[in-house]
Ligand binder design. Sequence first.
Ligand code: SF4
Ligand code: SF4
Length: 697
Amino acid sequence: MLKDPFPLHPSIGWLLPALRSLACALLVAGAILLPAPGGAEDRTAIQHPAGTAPSAQMAASLLGVSQPLQVLRIDAGVPGWEVRADGRLIGHIGSTWEIAGSVGYSGRPLDVLVAITPDAKIAGGLLVAHNEPVLTLGISDADIAAYVAGFRGHDLTASGPAGGPGGLPDVISRATVSTGVIRDGILRTARTLAIGRGVISAGGGIDRLTFAPATWQQLLAMSALTETRVTMDEAARALAGAKVPVPPGRGDFLHLWMGLADPPTVGQNLLGQQGFTRAIGHLGSEGAALIVMSSGLQSHRGTGWKTSGVFDRLTVVQDQIRWQPTGDRYQMQKRLALKDAPAMKEISLFSLPPQIDPTRPFTLEVRAARSIADGEVAMTITLPYTLPDAFRLAPPPEPEPLWQSAWKAKQPQIAVVALLLTVLTLILFAQEWITRRPRLWRIGRLTFLVSTFLVLGMGLNGQLSVVQVVAFVHSLLTGFRWETFLIEPVIFILWGFTALGMLFWGRGVYCGWLCPFGALQELTNAVAQRLGVRQIAVPQVLHERLWVIKYTLFMGIMALSFYSMHDALILAEAEPFKTAISLRFMRAWPFLLFVLAILAAGLFVERFYCRYLCPLGAGLAIPAKLKIFDWLKRRPQCGRECRMCETKCTVGAIDAIGRINPNECVLCLRCQVIMNDTAACPVLKRRARAPEGAALQ
Ligand code: SF4
Ligand code: SF4
């Protein structure tokens, strides 16, 4: 069995195995206790927060009305609530969790009630349930209310990108993920609800706006009108035995055309602008307008409707529905406006009833009957119709997923991060070459740390946090979604690089080079040393015992998050990152005092916070031994003949016998510079002094 090359100090040697076991136990317990990832229905059934049904007061506030309201639950189709005032429909309400399955950064449901009006506008939103870290501690209720209110009035039928000037509110920069999830949830829920309630078309509705001039022949070619023809010969055969026989011949018994007149390209061309406006106005806004035209011996209207009120010769058939036009839905037309149209004997306009969906195929049946000796003989002429795609509306635009727009909008920031990571990769791959040039290493490292602090931290808010680790673990257990983590490109790239870097080099890739607060500590300590501030050498035994604090903090935050996310986030305030980096020191004095105390301690003990307190550093340290390569060199003499590296190590990661602890090392390369420095390393000095040809160690 292989011996651990770097056992911990006996006093805390039990710690890491215990922590690893605890982590595994937590994950297993979480996997058992929490519901398995599944579809929205599963989540709804198991985790949907109670109490999100809107009360009448909530509905009034969402819809901006003051009269008494009735709120009715609708479970069929898209679930939600219908809101009525005095029996009149005034809006619909849906839950983002129930409809869009919106899950926050914490991996827990994020529920916003969204109200829409019958004219397809968002009336309002109300955040009713969440477990979001930043919304709990970073952003006030007023900020959230103002953000959600920013969606009021958004037109769900509007095309073009959602957002930008005059559009939707931008996400709140300090809460990009959470407010992004709210934004996506509101838009998707409102759109789904509007389609489900028939407020907007899912696509394929009749285009009642577009007009293009067209001739009769062009309308036929576009299938705007369908046509059928029955000759006298055919009718004579079908109606054989009639008391008044149909005279045989090749002429038209019935030449029939039919189509929907609503698309202006059809109706306006057929009837002329005034005739079209008059006809549509007469028929009213309810139902689509069916135009039926015919020539030939047979009348498609007949005369019976004048007494019965029903056009008994005509039947519109769709699925199981058979509808005969009635007089109150009819308007006669005398002539067509198209010069190349054939002469018509009859032109009729009918307003289709709501039960006939004009966007779906239907058939017109025309019945022709004649009396015979013992009754009547009849024939049915059928004419099928399907609304051509050219006259259908495009579906309302699906809002672009926020993560996609975030990646497009943040291209400059992504480029800067990519540049920093490329430079760091080159440094790490060329570490042997660089560490033989102490001046280059010193200048290069200071420059990189300044960039990390100013550009990555203060400029791009690229500070990782233990809160993200908690959110990640919870999302793994409750239904991981890439989209949630992709909303913040800079953080996503940093975590991706850190994870990869941990495989090759260990946690130091992040802690040593990319952590803005780590960089701030090292830079302030460098200034302090430059000013002659004496450094405190923490005795090794105490030093190693103090490590317990950060590991305990990390596991405490993680364990507490399964009990109460809110309490876990309060404990996560042990991280000074939000105060120092995210909020740029613009915070209440107790937080400022805490950060200043940490930085002050760091003036005397380099990276004091990293060494003993940082829960994120602890979280990154736990899997540190998984790294594949060991890039840091040691000499057999390290710790025996010389302890310079141990005393100079940035975080005290080298023990008394010269071994580097990968859990603690931040990969600053200082020890590598020392061991390559002929003016510092005793082994190199001895080699330099040794006579040529002498055996060297
Ligand atoms: S230990 Fe914490 S503060 Fe220090 S560099 Fe790592 S993450 Fe940053
Ligand atoms: S001095 Fe060496 S051991 Fe210490 S943190 Fe830097 S690279 Fe790691």
